[in-house]
Write a protein that binds this ligand. Structure first.
Ligand code: C2E
Ligand code: MG
Ligand code: MG
Length: 269
């Protein structure tokens, strides 16, 4: 077998649970942090932690290719601890250059159902002397905000701890208006599929306008994900969208690139 065959052969092989356990132990999972910014001031308000697997054998593996397996295999619990350990440590470091920014983390359904989730979060908040208001837990509404997910009262517990929660990929899932009304949430994040063709598609414009109005009427701000062009950015700002995230402003960055980015961005008036 040629060298290339060996590499590509390995890349295409299905990922195994053993491999993921080893990767966790060897610290092959890393976080890239993508800034979220205020559309009116162009200043960063927080960052979202996006996980990457930098596998020596497979190369870069995107999160959607291994997170479902982490969940099925039960390794996700260990991963949740690692997530809060690493991101809150990094946030404390980032506060040296950007004291008011928050850290948003993505939590899947099974993570939200972990019995000791709030204890895990509290442990790492305390360890880093971090106020809970600087953390933000995102979950996607496509994971169905059904009774089964929320029956353990996790959202109430997070609210009691003063940890903000936001809804990711909004517009693609099952949120009922009744549920939205009850939830104590920090913001709605409009799914990037509506932004991708925003300028060409009047129906997407109508949907985005409706979400902005809905969010504002219910009392929470709205963020547009996946902004890639100046036109999209301007349109969203002119139509009352509060915050943005996307390649136009910045991709997800490793810590060593994020710190100078934040220092430069927050210095500007
Ligand atoms: P998400 O939370 O909706 O994250 C946004 C995704 O959109 C990220 O993909 C980001 O890189 C990408 N993105 C941001 N700006 C742009 C843009 O301007 N254009 C385009 N085309 N894409 C943009 P990524 O990093 O591949 O993550 C995919 C999903 O994986 C995330 O979607 C999130 O649901 C999940 N994920 C990532 N990290 C974690 C994690 O630590 N835990 C869990 N449970 N899920 C995670
Ligand atoms: Mg997200
Ligand atoms: Mg999203």
């Amino acid at each position: 077998m040629s060298f290339l065959n060996k590499i590509f052969g390995r890349k295409n092989k299905p990922i195994t649970v053993e491999e993921l356990k080893r990767a966790l132990k060897n610290k092959e999972f890393v976080f890239y942090y993508q800034p979220e910014w205020d559309l009116k001031t162009n200043r960063t308000i927080g960052v979202e932690a996006l996980m990457r697997w930098e596998s020596p054998k497979r190369g870069y593996v995107p999160p959607m290719e291994f997170i479902p397996l982490l969940e099925e295999s039960g390794v996700i619990h260990e991963f949740t601890r690692f997530l809060f350990e690493q991101t809150l440590k990094d946030l404390a470091e980032l506060h040296k250059v950007a004291p008011e920014i928050f850290m948003a983390v993505n939590l899947s359904i099974s993570q939200l159902q972990e019995a000791d989730l709030t204890e895990t979060i509290q442990k790492y908040l305390t360890e880093n002397n971090m106020d809970a208001k600087y953390l933000e837990c995102e979950f996607t509404e496509s994971q169905e905000l059904g009774e089964d997910v929320l029956s353990n009262g996790i959202l109430d517990k997070l609210a009691e701890m003063h940890i903000p929660v936001s809804i990711d990929d909004f517009g693609t899932g099952y949120s009922s208006f009744e549920r939205l009304k009850q939830l104590n949430i920090r913001k709605l994040k409009i799914d990037l599929s509506f932004i991708r063709t925003l300028m060409e598609d009047d129906k997407n414009k109508s949907i985005v306008l409706s979400i902005i109005k809905l969010g504002h009427d219910l009392g929470f701000p709205v963020l547009a994900e996946g902004i890639e062009t100046t036109e999209q950015q301007q349109w969203l700002r002119d139509n009352g969208c509060d915050y943005g995230q996307g390649y136009w402003f910045s991709r997800g960055l490793p810590m060593d690139q994020l710190k100078p980015f934040l220092a430069e961005n927050l210095k500007q008036k």
